[in-house]
Design a protein around this ligand. Structure first.
Ligand SMILES: [Zn+2]
Ligand SMILES: [Zn+2]
Length: 241
């Protein structure tokens, strides 16, 4: 956005970035658009954030079957909403079409999840899930970085953009969970282990589908000496487990 556009944007009344209705604050959604998201509330798995039906009383620390047997991918994962047609209509333009006007609403929804975040240690580092260089050049920005920045600022911790390298692989859009897991194998490499060793890492991404990306990252981060590995995304797919 040019400086002129920024000034103009500031002077005009704030409008909903999705539908254009007037709102109370720049970059925020109107009530109608807000209500169309399938926000993930309680109850949910206390480790991976998997949402349970609202009428279940599962006690203060519910666990999904996967986390109950200790097979969870990360030490803590949260997503703000379910990946459905509505959240997709925000997320895909944000990812591919430069619609960074959605950054504020996505980041704010993710920041509200940090109330449940178990770690505010000084050893915490926020890392956006990296893009392969080829994709980054083509797109011009990494959408995960745009979300990681305000999250790190809110937590008052460092971000790290340079310690993990990602190999270019074909798009995973239409792959099955198994194909995705296969596709991310060997994709990430920690190139600056001195930045990872002994640290707790909060990974940031726009969407979590099979969880394969987080799992692959966790593997290389742990191998490089990371302590805890957490993840946060704007939306996630929810399938029966
Ligand atoms: Zn709206
Ligand atoms: Zn779980």
């Amino acid at each position: 956005m040019t400086l002129f556009a920024k000034i103009l944007d500031f002077m005009l009344p704030p409008t909903c970035p999705i539908c254009g209705a007037e709102t109370s604050e720049h970059g925020m959604l109107c009530h109608e658009c807000w209500d169309k998201f399938n926000w993930i509330g309680h109850p949910k798995c206390s480790v991976c954030g998997y949402p349970f039906p609202a009428d279940l009383d599962l006690g203060p620390r519910p666990l999904c079957p996967v986390c109950a047997i200790g097979a969870n991918e990360l030490d803590w994962i949260r997503s703000a909403c379910v990946y459905d047609d509505w959240s997709k209509s925000i997320m895909l333009p944000f990812k591919h079409a430069g619609k960074i006007k959605y950054q504020k609403i996505m980041a704010r929804a993710m920041i509200s999840l940090l109330r449940e975040f178990p770690d505010i240690s000084s050893d915490l580092v926020v890392i956006p899930v990296p893009l392969a260089y080829r994709r980054l050049w083509k797109r011009g920005y990494n959408q995960a970085t745009l979300l990681a920045r305000p999250i790190a600022k809110h937590l008052g911790v460092r971000t790290d953009y340079n310690s993990i390298w990602r190999k270019h692989k074909p798009n995973m859009g239409h792959m099955t969970a198994r194909q995705r897991a296969e596709n991310v194998r060997g994709v990430f490499k920690v190139i600056k282990p001195e930045n990872i060793r002994g640290k707790n890492i909060l990974l940031v991404d726009d969407v979590m589908t099979s969880g394969g990306t987080f799992k692959a990252l966790r593997r290389v981060l742990k191998r490089a000496g990371a302590n805890k590995v957490y993840g946060i995304t704007f939306c996630r797919t929810v399938r029966a487990i």
